[in-house]
Design a binder for this molecule. Sequence first.
Ligand SMILES: Nc1ncnc2c1ncn2[C@@H]1O[C@H](COP(=O)(O)OP(=O)(O)OP(=O)(O)O)[C@@H](O)[C@H]1O
Ligand SMILES: [Mg+2]
Length: 258
Amino acid sequence: MAKTIICSVANQKGGVGKTTITVMLSTLLRYENGKKILILDADFQRSIAQKRKKEIRQIMASEEQLILFSRNLGINYDELKGQSAKDMEDTLTKAIDKKIYTVIECDPKNVMDYIKAWYGKVDYIFIDVPGNIRQEGIVNLLQRTELIMIPMVASELDIDSTAHFIKILGKIKKVREENGLSMSILGVLNKKTNKKKNQFLVEAMSKNRGIMLDAMIPLRVAKYDDQMSTIYKSNDEYFKELKEEFIQKTEKLQLVAQ
Ligand SMILES: Nc1ncnc2c1ncn2[C@@H]1O[C@H](COP(=O)(O)OP(=O)(O)OP(=O)(O)O)[C@@H](O)[C@H]1O
Ligand SMILES: [Mg+2]
């Protein structure tokens, strides 16, 4: 296996789509490209870990789903049915972790331990990074990842905070480079209401040597809550485009490091 790419998904501004993008991208990379993924849910809200739990409980609540999943996951249905709810949840979680991807809840301070343990075993490790950069361990974590993806929303209220965050990352990138380490900063515009890129954010990215991706995610009236799944594949064309461009940009990183 090529080296593992570690990608922090971060922005100090909240509600910009960190969690949605981490999950949608991971699930698509798994299903469409057979990539092996690990998600480290380092955000204290535990949105991804909670979502995975909720999805497993939904499977457990439906006989039909249980039959389907036990078949797909290679679990004996009768044995599964005979288990207590707690054991059934554990069995399904383990099987889904293995087949799709594992989601681990962790403190930002412990992220590096998990990275060390999983390095070389998966293609990508995504980290859902908490927004507060003053929280212990966050800057250290950002300093130690070679790829940072910044979801951003071009609304008046979001823009300054995001530009400030991009500037901080520009400084971190410089420090890494002084130490002989590279760092790629990828920006993704989310909740777009038109096709035009926001010039202020584009400039902030270019000033700090980040790359604004061509792929953008439009603002959806129905939000992405229903589509976002840690188990099922989405057919959303915008996320597919984002995934393609993400692979293209990160495969280069894999080659450089080999
Ligand atoms: N393109 C979009 N169109 C409409 N709604 C979206 C879009 N992207 C994300 N959302 C919704 O916006 C909300 C915030 O998204 P999400 O939780 O992914 O952001 P976040 O950056 O992880 O937030 P937090 O700072 O709370 O961790 C969610 O309800 C999500 O479904
Ligand atoms: Mg989140």
